[in-house]
Design a protein around this ligand. Structure first.
Ligand code: FMN
Length: 424
């Protein structure tokens, strides 16, 4: 059986002091099966519904209400439900009502005398509610994406109110060696952070929250759940949270950051100064331009970095480049595979050199190939030697004289065809 998506009923609140109008509205809307209609005769009763347990999807209000008018009532509603659709029903004979309805921040307005049995009023509510729900879903998915982003931050991020944790990201839970966010929510941060040098942590946090200290940075020891201690850098600043100012706390694991940074800089230096050409191409960009070339590659090819980055490496090929190794590289790249070829390339000054190119795909965490690593090695001398050897062998084979090669002990290891002919 196909799954049918169950649509939640539409909760409509009709606010009217005119009882006969309220009945008419109720009757008109109740004809739609998926509408649940509530009525309120006073503003107080209406606000009770808005702040009650059941979420109201749409408010239909008369302009004239016993204690106030529809526009002032709208202001009160917005304090509790900033986006709920609000339809003002105006009396066409009352010009003031109509102009207020048009200029006020109502979602839409409807004329009392247009309320008939043709179903238009119900359809208007349907459309407004569908739009409202869509916007709601959009903003809640944005919020959940922002939460995911915070959970993947490198640093612990927490929000404190009066020194107590109101929010903590997943990195923070891990850094504190906890298992679940719930362990920390509502707890005083002082349980895990000692007082900073020279003053009490609680005092400093209070001053930041009151706006008396703008940004505080101090080095501290984090006492973790498992009893281990970690040197950290603490950054605090005042932010606006759901109901007033709070303190945003960022805690950075300095040691592991330093270790990572020095490891990274060692690797960078090793790659920059390696005695072989190293290049990286971005496979997500059209025509896979180079995004990195090390010093040796620049020396080998004679180009400046700015002339190389942003271009596909085929600019090194020329008229006498054999198309076969080029095709092998193309096919390997198309198949996300590694490959090694030797081919004629040309330096910036036009000189040819034999390049041994080795290409290897680099995958991201999802297993997609995002970059290719290329190694370039100048093998001109070796290729020239092989060519000389090949030519020498051809000459010896074609010679009319008998030629033979021996080991130092006199054992013959090679004889040419002329030797075989002459000696029989
Ligand atoms: C990281 C990387 C480095 C490359 N280095 C060279 C190179 O040094 N010399 C060369 O002729 N081709 C090199 N290529 C291959 C060319 O960029 C290109 O892939 C090859 O010419 C096949 O594609 P095409 O038929 O579209 O030209 C490299 C490719 C990559 C991805």
């Amino acid at each position: 059986m196909d799954a049918v998506e169950e649509r939640a009923p539409t909760e409509v609140l009709v606010v009217a002091s005119d009882v006969s109008f309220a009945r008419r509205c109720e009757r008109n809307l109740s004809r739609k099966d998926d509408f649940v209609v509530e009525t309120a005769g006073t503003v107080e009763e209406a606000i009770g519904h808005v702040t009650g347990e059941r979420a109201i999807d749409c408010i239909v209000s008369e302009f004239d209400l016993p204690e106030t008018d529809g526009i002032a009532f709208l202001e009160m509603v917005r304090a509790h439900a900033p986006a709920v659709p609000f339809i003002l029903v105006a009396d066409a004979a009352e010009e003031k009502q109509v102009s207020h309805a048009v200029t006020g921040h109502v979602t839409d307005y409807f004329l009392k005398e247009d309320l008939s049995d043709d179903g238009i009023f119900g359809r208007l509510i349907d459309n407004l509610v569908a739009y409202y729900r869509e916007q709601n879903e959009l903003s809640s998915s944005t919020i959940s994406r922002a939460g995911t982003l915070l959970d993947h931050a490198n640093d612990m991020i927490a929000v404190l109110d009066a020194g107590q944790i109101r929010y903590i990201n997943q990195t923070g839970v891990g850094l504190l060696r906890g298992e679940d966010r719930a362990e920390f929510l509502g707890q005083p941060i002082a349980e895990w952070l000692d007082d900073p040098p020279e003053s009490s942590l609680t005092d400093r946090l209070r001053q930041v929250q009151r706006g008396k200290l703008s940004l505080e940075v101090f080095d501290q020891i984090l006492e973790r759940v498992d009893g281990t201690a970690l040197p950290v850098a603490v950054y605090t600043s005042r932010i606006d949270w759901t109901d007033g100012p709070a303190v945003a706390l960022i805690i950075r694991d300095v040691e592991s950051r330093k270790r990572l940074e020095s490891e990274l800089s060692l690797k960078n230096r090793a790659i920059d100064t390696a005695p072989i050409g190293i290049t990286i191409a971005d496979m997500a960009e059209p025509d896979n331009p180079l995004v990195y070339a090390n010093d040796h590659f620049l020396e080998l090819t004679g180009y400046a970095e700015s002339e190389v980055l942003g271009r596909n490496s085929r600019f090194l090929q020329g008229e006498d480049t054999d198309p076969e190794p080029v095709a092998r590289m193309r096919e390997a790249i198309e198949a996300d595979e590694s490959v090694s070829v030797e081919l004629r390339n040309y330096r910036k000054d036009g000189c040819m050199f034999w390049n041994r190119v080795t290409l290897a795909p680099i995958e991201n965490a999802e297993g997609d190939v995002t970059h290719y690593l290329g190694f370039q090695e100048d093998v001109t001398e070796r290729v020239a030697m092989q060519q000389r050897l090949r030519r020498f062998k051809q000459a010896v084979e074609a010679a009319g004289h008998a030629i033979y090669l021996t080991k130092p002990d006199g054992t013959i290891t090679y004889v040419n065809p002329a030797f075989e002919r002459i000696t029989g």
